[in-house]
Ligand binder design. Structure first.
Ligand code: 8DG
Length: 147
């Protein structure tokens, strides 16, 4: 069986220590996923370091530099299973440089205030991840430091 492809993505927030706003990105393609919201990111290339891939993808897709925060580990060997073909790793991140714009893969970006993170139609696999992220970043329940 072919091993799943690793996708890396960023939960971009306004403040890594006390996140309130979360950036959602609306896919423009393929048609089957267009109009649904996701965490910006993409596939890790063969031999590529996952964190380097995340910086590359976000630079390509949103035109910004990142400060990476802690990873939100998932229940599938530390990853989040998206489908038979893909698993995802997700990091909290803040914009270090630039202003996010929907350059390539997306046709809209939205900063969602806390309490409204689930109010847009996320890709199916992302719904439980957004819920887990909201729970993990509630005030007083901080994720551990990344390193
Ligand atoms: N980037 C991203 N992909 C997701 C999320 N949730 C989810 O199910 N996926 C799926 C959609 C795609 O089928 C798959 C791969 O992601 P992608 O299409 O963004 O990868 P990519 O940017 O490298 O794509 P491409 O250049 O090859 O077109 O992961 C998510 O939150 N973010």
């Amino acid at each position: 069986m072919t091993p799943p492809v690793l996708v890396v993505a960023a939960a971009l927030v306004d403040d890594l220590d006390a996140p309130t706003a979360l950036l959602a990105a609306r896919r423009r393609q393929p048609v089957s996923l267009a109009g649904r919201w996701e965490f910006p990111g993409g596939k890790v290339e063969p031999g590529e370091d996952p964190e380097a891939a995340l910086h590359r993808e976000i630079r390509e897709e949103l035109g910004v530099g990142l400060t990476l925060g802690t990873e939100l580990p998932g229940p599938d060997d530390g990853c989040w299973r998206l489908s038979d073909r893909y698993v995802m790793r997700l990091w909290l991140a803040a914009v270090a440089e630039g202003e996010p714009e929907p350059l390539v893969e997306h046709d809209a970006l939205l900063w969602l205030p806390r309490g409204e993170w689930l109010t847009v139609p996320w890709l199916d696999a992302d719904v439980r991840i957004v819920s887990a992220l909201a729970a993990a970043t509630e005030t007083g329940d901080r994720l551990p430091d990344p390193r």
